[in-house]
Design a protein around this ligand. Structure first.
Ligand code: LLP
Length: 419
């Protein structure tokens, strides 16, 4: 459920008409609903209420400071994958003891930064990274709390680019080799083994792969216990999908019930969860204005001011994002391609989409853009990145200003010899 709804013929974010935001802030522009962000967070957190757990919101999905602050205020922890994300969550007021650090390529500097801040857990993905972290911890005069991210080799049945838990994936340590690596970790003096971690992919719409992964990871936890490891945390990653089109993903409570029903509640671990998309995906839209119409012999194009640099999911994954007119016109529908100004044929927001006829100057809302939207945007074609707006009831706040032309060349210099 989200708070983007039509009031009369006008699409609103909570109580604010999107046309007002477009007129005052300009387009393209991301708009998030605070009530939706909070609701999604709470529904997810409550679903696991029966067991000790910590929701570590996955920052990569949407890392705007205001969004992070809203979650920090709810008591959320954070799943980060870079020093940059650590900087952001700390700036947003996160509690370092609720931060888990994932990712296969942590640099020494990033490790040192996270050690200084005293984070909850490092999710380590290779033997080489274990050694590097042990070294970094020795240098910092600390013990690094460690979980190994294991690869349980299950097929999450999602887009190949966002499947992570299969044998051929670059992620995690083969679950069959995990015991050996845990034994080695135990001998490294500046590491403290605290848990087990796994994440099998993103936009999963069925609980079966989660259950398969859990049963394998559960076996590992029991084996580790039998060998005297004090396994306190089971980090089960993120990945729960959302409805973009006609998918019917499990509700958080069904997801939780499936995991807990499989004996997780009796495992005696604190459950860490790293949801991203399910919390923020449907809490945001991309607002864009129609520039031109162009009809060719074979196609009708609606050319808008938002492009693949603003929202790359359709171009990169062939992803479906629902598009709605901000003002319902009652005009007849036609099948169109909604495309942006970027000089690539891959620059489209929708292909062969049935949409009510829209005229230049009118506004469209691209739904489900709260996750992996702004965060994946770029300056390609020297397009300033879009503004981000947070709606709270009848008020809205610009939480990231639109980039300026000067922002585009900041940091660049022309060498003396070319002057
Ligand atoms: N934890 C880890 C270790 C992850 O790699 C990810 C996502 C998450 C948690 C959060 O997963 P979520 O709950 O959001 O599914 N750009 C792609 C999605 C990439 C996901 C990467 N990892 C997209 O736009 O669909």
């Amino acid at each position: 459920m989200n708070f983007f709804q039509y009031r009369g013929s006008e699409l609103c974010a909570e109580e604010v008409p999107l046309s007002r935001i477009a007129d005052q802030v300009g387009t393209p522009c991301y708009v998030y609903s605070l009530a939706t962000l909070r609701r999604h967070y709470r529904v997810f957190d409550d679903a696991f209420g029966a067991v000790p757990h910590l929701v570590c919101y996955s920052v990569k999905a949407n890392s705007n400071l205001a969004v992070l602050r809203a979650f920090a205020r709810e008591g959320s922890g954070f799943d980060i994958v870079s020093g940059g994300e650590l900087h952001r969550v700390l700036a947003a007021g996160a509690d370092p003891r609720k931060i888990v650090f994932s990712g296969i390529g942590k640099t020494r500097d990033e490790m040192a930064y996270a050690l200084r801040e005293g984070i909850l857990q490092f999710n380590v993905e290779s033997a080489a990274e274990l050694d590097a972290l042990d070294d970094a911890a020795r240098e910092a005069g600390r013990k690094a709390p460690v979980a190994l991210r294991v690869n349980p080799d299950v097929d999450p049945k999602t887009h190949p680019y966002i499947s992570t838990g299969m044998k051929k994936s670059k992620f995690g340590i083969d679950i069959r080799r995990a015991l050996e690596e845990y034994e080695r970790a135990r001998t490294l003096s500046h590491l403290e083994v605290v848990g087990v971690d796994c994440h099998i992919g993103s936009q999963l719409t069925d609980v079966a792969p989660f259950r398969d992964a859990l049963s394998r990871v559960r076996g590992l936890v029991l084996d580790l216990r039998a060998r005297g490891f004090d396994v306190r945390h089971l980090d089960f990653g993120g990945g729960l999908g959302i409805t973009y089109d006609e998918e019917t993903p499990p509700e958080p409570r069904d997801y939780a019930a499936a995991l807990l029903g499989d004996g997780l509640d009796k495992l005696g671990v604190k459950l860490l969860l790293e949801p991203g998309r399910v919390i923020v995906g449907n809490a945001g839209i991309l607002l864009t204005r129609v520039l031109y119409r162009k009809d060719t012999e074979t196609k009708k194009f609606v050319i808008v001011d938002g492009a693949m640099n603003d929202l790359i999911r359709p171009a990169l994954y062939g992803a479906y994002q629902e598009i709605e007119p901000v003002k319902r016109s009652g005009r007849a529908a036609a099948v169109v391609d909604v495309v942006g100004p970027v000089c690539e044929s891959g620059d489209f927001l929708a292909k062969d989409r049935e949409l009510p006829e829209t005229l230049p100057g009118e506004l469209l809302a691209v739904r489900s853009a709260g996750a992996y939207g702004f965060v994946m945007s770029s300056n390609y074609n020297s397009r300033p990145r879009a503004a981000e707006v947070l709606v709270d009831g009848a008020a809205y706040h610009v939480v990231r200003a639109r980039e300026t032309l000067d922002d585009l060349v900041r940091g660049e210099t022309i060498p003396e010899t070319l002057r």
